[in-house]
Design a protein around this ligand. Sequence first.
Ligand code: PRT
Ligand code: ZN
Length: 283
Amino acid sequence: MLKIAVQKSGRLYEDSVKLLKECGIQLNNGHKQLKAVAENFPLEVYFLRDDDIPQYVYDGVADIGIVGENVLLEKAKDIDLVFRLGFGKCRLSIAVPKNMPYQTVADLHGLKIATSYSSILQKYLQENKINAEIHEISGSVEIAPGIGLADAICDLVSSGSTLFTNGLKEVEVIVRSEAVLCANKDLSEENARLLEKLLLRINSVKTAKNNKYIMLNAPNSQLKNIFSLLPGMKSPTVVPLAEAGWSSVQTVVNENDFWEVIEKLKGYDAEGILVLPIEKMIV
Ligand code: PRT
Ligand code: ZN
């Protein structure tokens, strides 16, 4: 039985549970309980505070966990980062009052910086040879300069609106973070095998999200040009249409290239282009 720790409530809870669901794993009860058991996969889910997850995984109380990379770095436990999950994206940044002149990192010399990430910040200051005072607080870091508790802050930022409403500007990005799957270094053979199985499912869910299935009609004279745009998984599927000289082409296109490919396809007389989401993709 594989044991996974996920956040009990907060920003990562919903996406973590959704990911398990998309992997075909059904849980028998919600996060109101400490523990849930999957009905159709040998998996037990523990709902915990995110800050505790690296320690639980390190101790082997949980075999794997889903946590922000920022927490993983701050706690610095000897556990493996197995997979970047693509949600919970944010950055850990230094911000100063917006009217403070700031040019380079050297301007942080002698400042008092409030943060909940003292270990990451200390490392960053050392690497940049900055002599600044770290003031550790556990929450509401963004109000520290306004109430005279600190000169600057080091906190998580996503949209930047919290900094803006508190009269602060972001001046240095220390790390970029997203939710990650982490794992104990000493998994039993059985659990390592279960983790492989789970990873195959996570991979297929993620790959599917990054790709779209395209169907289109095109004159046969343009097929060569169209194929050069569509790498597909191996090669596109081509089916002749009832109308002579025309074919239906079906293939998979990466989300990043999507609009560019569509524009070029139209240039090659493609018609009736249909775009469908893919639920799972096993490559
Ligand atoms: O109760 P528990 O201890 O489990 O939760 P928590 O309150 O410590 O964490 P939570 O739920 O706030 O965040 C969990 C994880 O989400 C973090 O560790 C990050 O990996 C990730 N994440 C992504 C964020 C943000 N985006 C984020 N914007 N965590 C916090 N914030 C906060 C930030 O601290 C600041 O107060 O949101 C505010 C800034 O947001 P913007 O959009 O105004 O820039
Ligand atoms: Zn927390």
